[in-house]
Ligand binder design. Structure first.
Ligand SMILES: *Cc1c(COP(=O)(O)O)cnc(C)c1O
Length: 482
């Protein structure tokens, strides 16, 4: 299996090469040239790690089978408490695929616990010996998930930059208490954009690369546009489908709809890959918060990022440029010229409109809707009071949107974070006055719902803080060069 660039289909690289490089030339994204075939009957009884091995083997064809076996076992076994891909019935016909039983309590663990291993092995496959230095700008969840994934790996260093006072207390403590000799964490004065712009500038600065090369270090990113972050997410669509079939919720081969709380379009796009591989996926429903640029796009074919940016209670979905959409555009239009044109328009004018054929193809599989903060809060309360199901603010957006998009097929809502990661907003949604501190809020949430906070969040209060440095955005370059 070779990989092409969304902006130049003549380019061909191996899976290892795509993962080490991250981004193709001219900012293209690497995509597989075909969709490997799924073997549903042979796969339906596999454990999560075994299934992951099968799905990955179809895409990562230059990786050793023995490596994939070990990597998937060590990632999705004990580290997920035996709960990888857990699917529960919330109410008649509606299921939650709980993706937050990993070490950092958000779905990004599925990718970021595995991708570091894929990167180390890719370097090995390509005979590369240099040190890889990962730079991450984060608004919260990605930073911790990346730190947890890369900590302690040979030949890799990671530096994370988060906006000072821009994350929740829990998110900050998750990062600054991270253990490991190869990790660095910096607070950056300003907001997320300041941190992200600063890091992007370092990546674009040839003098940084030159300076680091003298020390045999190469920069890389843990960003969600890397193929190594997307491919692990395909697995849980299969796993959830098999669990519903096992419970006779569906007849074998009948379609299931999936509703996905969406930001950068990575998680939902993995569902598209599963469908292309042969999984009976009905509709993929793209759920957005008030930053509903994708809702408008999927309904009209016009992507218009020239709009107000809102800070919402589902911060991991506060995004106006959804990078992974480019991959879908490539697959449905089949034309890297068209994609390059649209992306250039987006960069220059802030908007583009796809042709009617492309839109029709997208709408065959995707529907879309959005929910504001009040609606998602009402949804948290309704699900808890009516169904005794407690969900976080991101998942609540998807539950709300799912309700407006029922086709008659069973609906699986991807539950992307533990409610205890956002305890204050969840408490307020339940109509309970939230204490100022996240930790007090966790305790109150346990009292109110009878559910226990994940241990990895509870213990944060007592872990030593290792990183306290606050830097200005223009000091990111120096930090990256240390
Ligand atoms: C990152 C994230 C999302 C959005 O996922 P994308 O792949 O960016 O669309 C949704 N919910 C939570 C909790 C997240 O951390």
């Amino acid at each position: 299996m070779q990989y092409q660039s969304t902006r130049d289909s003549r380019l061909r690289v191996s899976a290892s090469e795509a993962i080490v490089r991250g981004l193709a030339p001219q900012s293209g994204l690497f995509v597989p040239e075909t969709f490997p075939q799924a073997y549903l009957n042979a796969w339906k009884h596999l454990s999560y790690p075994e299934l992951a091995q099968k799905v990955l083997a179809g895409y990562l064809t230059d990786y050793r089978a023995e490596f994939l076996k070990q990597a998937t076992e060590s990632t999705y076994g004990a580290a997920f408490g035996g709960n990888a891909g857990r699917t529960v019935c919330v109410r008649d016909g509606v299921y939650a695929l709980e993706l937050w039983h990993g070490p950092t309590c958000a779905f990004k663990d599925y990718a970021l616990q595995l991708m570091p291993k894929l990167l180390v092995e890719a370097k090995h496959n390509l005979g590369r010996k240099e040190t890889t230095r990962i730079l991450v700008a984060t608004s919260g969840d990605t930073g911790k998930a990346a730190l947890a994934g890369y900590a302690g790996l040979d030949g890799i260093e990671i530096s994370v930059f988060y906006p000072n006072a821009g994350t929740s207390e829990i998110q900050r403590l998750q990062m600054v208490t991270q253990r490991g000799e190869n990790v660095q964490v910096y607070a950056v004065e300003g907001n997320f954009d300041d941190a992200q712009t600063g890091v992007k500038r370092v990546f674009a600065d040839a003098s940084v690369a030159e300076e680091l090369e003298k020390r045999d270090i190469r920069l890389s990113s843990a960003n969600s546009i890397n193929w190594g972050r997307l491919v692990p997410q395909i697995v849980y669509y299969f796993y959830a489908y098999f669990r519903l079939a096992e419970q006779s919720v569906i007849d074998w081969g009948a379609p299931v709809d999936f509703c996905v709380p969406t930001g950068n379009f990575g998680d939902i796009l993995a569902g598209y890959y599963a469908k292309q591989m042969g999984l009976p996926v009905g509709k993929l429903i793209c759920a957005s918060n008030k930053n509903n640029v994708l809702t408008d796009f999927i309904r009209t074919g016009t992507y218009d990022a020239r709009r107000t940016f809102y800070k919402t209670t589902s911060p991991s979905m506060d995004i106006l440029i959804s990078s992974n959409l480019e991959r879908l555009l490539y697959h449905v239009s089949g034309s890297s010229e068209k994609v390059a044109g649209w992306m250039q328009e987006l960069a220059q004018t802030g908007r583009y409109t796809v042709d009617p054929d492309t839109l029709a193809r997208i709408q065959e599989t995707f529907s879309a809707g959005f929910a504001g903060d009040e609606e998602s809060a009402a949804e948290i309360r309704a699900r808890f009071e009516l169904d005794h199901y407690l969900c976080d603010t991101h998942t609540a957006v998807a539950f709300r949107v799912a309700e407006t998009c029922r086709s008659g097929a069973p609906m699986v809502v991807l539950s992307t974070a533990s409610p205890f990661k956002f305890p204050r907003d969840v408490l307020s949604a339940l109509g309970i006055t939230a204490p100022a501190s996240d930790f007090d809020a966790m305790a109150v949430l346990t009292e109110a719902t009878g559910q226990k906070a994940p241990k990895s969040l509870q213990e944060l209060n007592s872990l030593p803080v290792r990183f306290t440095e606050v830097i200005a955005p223009d000091e990111i370059r120096a930090a990256a060069l240390r």
